[in-house]
Design a protein around this ligand. Structure first.
Ligand code: LMR
Length: 396
């Protein structure tokens, strides 16, 4: 039965973690996957999460099924976080939210939903480059996936004219996947004024925007990073937003994300919700309880929410410090090369400019990065950074 099955390639990101786990060198460093580590190289268990879990243990709640769309308090908290608590869209009940199995799960619910209800033949466009799984995920939902221009390797920034021209050339009803903040993999975001032009082009072209926000709070701040979602929502038209708490709550393995869809009216939103529920029910029935309850408890308890905001700010600041250190130390060890752009990038990642061959050489030294040269700056710390700098200087 399975004798003719070919071996699938390793996942370009999680496959690196597999190789890293198999490496017996105790000094190995994983700069591949997007995970935040503290200065001791540990994935933090946030204090706000610990406190929420303590409250949950006290409550001794039974583990019943959640509704298909997830925990009501969670879905409400997500909407307020994503669209702003005072959002007209929430008041008018035009947004519907389903709890999802991580940000990836949210994207997949959205992809399956769009495949059923977007106009026949609508294509998906992702940035060039984009998160490795975007293409695979939308293709597996049955879409043809194209690219819009984004990164300019020469400037280490965004080719904004190219991006805008790509958007304007897309057929109406194309689905355009945009990174709301902290572009993955490049770390290069567009400016606020450029977002105005993007929003205008999306609306004028009749495109369907799908905002992916996996790193809210890792750029300029929680509200600042969510600003693009609010501007799209205010501009009118259909909108899909996937978001994730994997990074911002350090809840990777709990798989906590959500998909929100903005419709034209409350009545339309009700019909959208009914179809989202069908997608969920036929895939995994209903979401898991624990992570959603932790997030809902933190976001719904003022002291815990403040604690979360402080802890998230701490992660954001430490990553920025690591960017500064990386630039400063590379200047000493590799004086011929300019890495100043690393300081300008936002979020967890840096598109370092390292080639696939150089990444291969780093791997020989047990330092793991993505083949494209993406490194996770959030995995650097005061103890491992010198090892990384020396290895990079050596392969350059
Ligand atoms: C990443 O880009 O490394 C993260 O989003 C983790 C993943 O699922 O790929």
């Amino acid at each position: 039965m399975f004798s003719t099955i070919a071996m699938a390639p390793r996942d370009p990101i999680l496959g690196i973690t597999e190789a890293f786990n198999a490496d017996t060198n105790p000094a190995k460093i994983n700069l591949g996957v997007g995970v935040y580590y503290d200065d001791n190289g540990k994935v933090p268990l946030l204090a706000c999460v610990r406190k929420a879990e303590a409250l949950m243990i006290e409550q001794q709640s039974p583990r019943t099924y959640l509704p298909i769309e997830g925990l009501a308090a969670y879905d409400k908290a997500v909407q307020e976080l994503v669209f702003g608590a005072d959002s007209a869209i929430i008041q008018e009940k035009r947004a519907v939210t389903v709890q999802a199995v991580g940000g990836t799960g949210a994207l997949k619910i959205g992809a399956d939903f769009l495949k059923r209800f977007a106009p026949e033949g609508a294509q998906v466009f992702i940035s060039d480059p984009s998160w490795e799984n975007h293409r695979a995920l939308f293709e597996s939902a049955g879409f043809t996936v194209g690219n819009y221009k984004y990164y300019d390797a020469a400037t280490h920034g965004v080719d904004f004219d190219g991006m805008l021209a790509s958007l304007k050339a897309m057929p109406a009803s194309s689905i355009v996947v945009l990174h709301a903040c902290c572009h993955n993999p490049t770390g290069a975001d567009i400016t606020s004024a450029q977002w105005d032009q993007v929003i205008e082009a999306v609306i004028a072209g009749g495109l369907i925007p799908f905002l992916d926000m996996a790193y809210q709070g890792f750029g300029a701040g929680i509200a600042e990073d969510g600003g693009v979602v609010r501007r799209f929502a205010a501009a009118g038209g259909a909108l899909l937003v996937s978001n994730s708490f994997s990074k911002s709550f350090s809840l990777y393995g709990e798989r906590v994300g959500a998909l929100s869809v903005v419709a034209a009216s409350a009545e339309e939103a009700g019909r959208v919700m009914s179809q989202l529920k069908r997608v969920v029910r036929t895939n995994y029935s209903n979401p898991p309880l624990h992570g959603g309850k932790v997030v809902a408890t933190v976001l719904g308890t003022p002291e815990l929410r403040q604690l979360w905001e402080d802890e998230l700010a701490g992660m954001r600041v430490r990553i920025k410090e690591m960017r500064g250190e990386l630039v400063r130390k590379l200047k000493e060890k590799a004086p011929g090369r300019d890495f100043e752009f690393v300081r300008e990038q936002v979020g967890m990642f840096s598109y370092s400019g390292l080639t696939k061959e150089q990444v291969g050489k780093l791997r020989d030294e047990s330092i793991y990065a993505v083949d494209t040269g993406r490194i996770c700056v959030a995995a650097l710390n005061s103890k491992n950074i010198d090892l990384v700098i020396d290895a990079i200087a050596k392969v350059l």
